[in-house]
Design a protein around this ligand. Structure first.
Ligand code: HEM
Length: 510
């Protein structure tokens, strides 16, 4: 046994004596390899691979707040090279030192702490101490140039004035420029921001980090703000389901129902019929198009008899206007119940050729709440309308063939240039490590879609299950409009302002 010297590093074995409800993975399963630095008041035990593929740091003695309360870990020397690790007064593990070891990185308790334990002293907001942590000034700029335009446009239902202003000041270009600058300044990010009353926020600015967020199991789409917003009108929907097991079942259900193949011919017919109600000569405006698109969406989702049920759309939009304010607006339970009842009346008919029929034919246990998924489908068809309208602007400006391939490419291009989901939010369900720091569970991660390639439909386990349905519908809508009309765009502002986008149309000569 080497002589033990304070400050030296040792390899060691940590053997569990007792397992209190610490929730420390490394203490759960038998002896573990550890590296130890004994340093008087603040000794470090780094347990190699804390059970989840990551190393685990315990600081001894030290106070840690844990979800079961505050736990104080101390090391008590029993004999030469053997220490008892105590959690408060209970001996929970034995630590046997073996050899001096080399190569431990410098230990900084502010950066290294166990993922399952929160340090009593939170990470402090000091610029430069942690890579990626933005300064208060940078945080303010992110708030004004990135978050504010999203809020002003409306995260759930677009506001005419907000969208107009965003287009006027080119809010998306400005936001992207700032993010690019901060990415370079912070060495590729991610950007870590401390938000008062909310905790930590992360903005991934590298594709690899975006992929990690969209694919990683430790990031739930049922983020707090999203639950606050979507809870106004779709509290049982897949996107804000927190329980992983229930989420998986709802996901399967959505994927099964939203396959476009069984209703493809009906989508074509409904798109053609509704677009035929638009003028072939004169000016095409957003409001005319939007009304026609809603009639079509109601027919596709709820069946033909829902075509003229404008009340269901009105109720939905009223609730969505509240959703723009997240938790700040009170829930209008009466409006929501009226909305849901209306939907259920349509669903009961299970009209052939509609999603309502496919829903009725798809097996699901009651916990999945099939009817509770439908508000999202109606709501999301609104994004399809916006993306289609902007795609029409691209097609009007760039002449080209109007075959389905080309039309589909225009829709995808429209979504890449002007994503309809402005930010994809996730909450962390476990402490997560970002370039040397561990952020606590419950931190918010925001993928800014305009700054990221390839995510208009998101990706990973919560990627949009309606993508094929949307692309088919949008292609049919564009095909139907262009079949009968020559279309020229009257573009006064960026197509980002879809409200202001208009088209001059005249009958197509055959
Ligand atoms: C242009 C149209 C659309 C776009 C750009 C789009 C995009 C997206 C995005 C980005 C997400 C992920 C959101 C997040 O993680 O917060 C999502 C989720 C989802 N979308 Fe779409 N969507 C569109 C239309 C639709 C339509 C029409 C439907 C259904 C008829 C639909 C069904 C869903 C569902 C059920 C989810 C939740 C997936 C999950 O949580 O696993 N979407 N969509």
């Amino acid at each position: 046994m080497p002589t033990i010297t304070q400050g030296d590093l040792y390899t060691a074995t940590l053997e569990v004596v007792e397992h209190p409800p610490l929730g420390v993975p490394a203490l759960d399963g038998g002896p573990r390899e550890a590296v130890v630095r004994l340093a008087g008041q603040r000794s470090l035990v780094r347990i190699l691979d804390g059970g989840d593929g990551r190393d685990l740091d315990l600081v001894l003695p030290g106070g840690y707040r844990h979800r079961h309360g505050r736990v104080r870990l101390t090391a008590h020397r029993l004999s030469e090279g053997v220490f008892a690790i105590k959690a408060d007064e209970r001996r929970i593990a034995l630590l046997r030192l073996r050899d001096p070891a080399l190569g431990m990185p410098a230990f900084d308790p502010e950066r290294n702490h166990h993922p399952a334990l929160r340090p009593t002293r939170p990470l402090r907001w000091r610029r430069g101490r942690v890579a990626g942590m933005v300064s208060p000034w940078e945080a303010l700029r992110l708030g004004v140039q990135v978050a504010l335009p999203i809020m002003a446009q409306g995260a759930v239902v677009r506001r005419r004035l907000g969208v107009r202003l965003a287009a006027l000041i080119k809010a998306d270009t400005r936001a992207n420029r700032l993010l690019a600058r901060l990415r370079d300044r912070h060495d590729g990010g991610p950007l870590l921001i401390r938000i008062p009353l909310r905790g930590w926020a992360v903005i991934p600015v590298k594709e690899a980090d975006v992929r990690r967020v969209l694919h990683g199991a430790e990031f739930t789409p049922a983020n707090k703000e999203k639950r606050g917003a979507l809870g106004h009108f779709q509290p049982d929907s897949l996107l804000i389901t927190r329980d992983p097991e229930l989420r998986a079942r709802r996901r399967t259900f959505n994927e099964e129902v939203l396959r476009p193949e069984p209703i493809a011919a009906e989508i074509r017919r409904k798109a053609a019929e509704e677009m035929a109600t638009l003028p072939t000569d004169g000016v095409l405006t957003w409001s005319r198009f939007n009304e026609a698109h809603w009639r079509m969406a109601r027919r596709i989702v709820l069946g033909d008899p829902a075509r003229d049920d404008e009340a269901v759309t009105r109720l939905l939009n009223r609730l969505r206007a509240d959703a723009n304010w997240f938790y700040l607006r009170a829930r209008k339970t009466d409006v929501r119940v009226a909305f849901q009842r209306r939907i259920e009346r349509h669903l009961r008919r299970a009209e052939a050729g509609s999603l309502a029929r496919v829903l009725a034919q798809t097996r699901a246990d009651p916990a999945v709440h099939p009817e509770g998924q439908v508000p999202h489908w109606l709501f999301a068809y609104d994004s399809a309308a916006i993306a289609t309208w902007r795609a029409l602007a691209l097609l009007a400006v760039h002449a080209g063939p109007h075959d389905p391939e080309h039309l589909r490419a225009a829709v995808l291009e429209s979504l890449h240039r002007w994503p309809t989901t402005l930010a994809i939010l996730r909450d962390t369900t476990a402490p997560t490590r970002w370039r040397g720091v561990t952020l606590p569970e419950g931190s918010v991660v925001a993928v800014i879609t305009s700054f990221t390639d390839e995510v208009p439909f998101s990706d990973g386990p919560a990627g949009c299950p309606g993508e094929d349905l949307v692309l088919l519908t949008a292609t049919e809508v564009l095909g139907a409009i262009l079949r009968d009309r020559e279309v020229g765009a009257i573009i006064r502002r960026s197509p980002l302002d879809h409200f202001g986008l208009r088209f001059a149309v005249r009958p197509r000569e055959r």
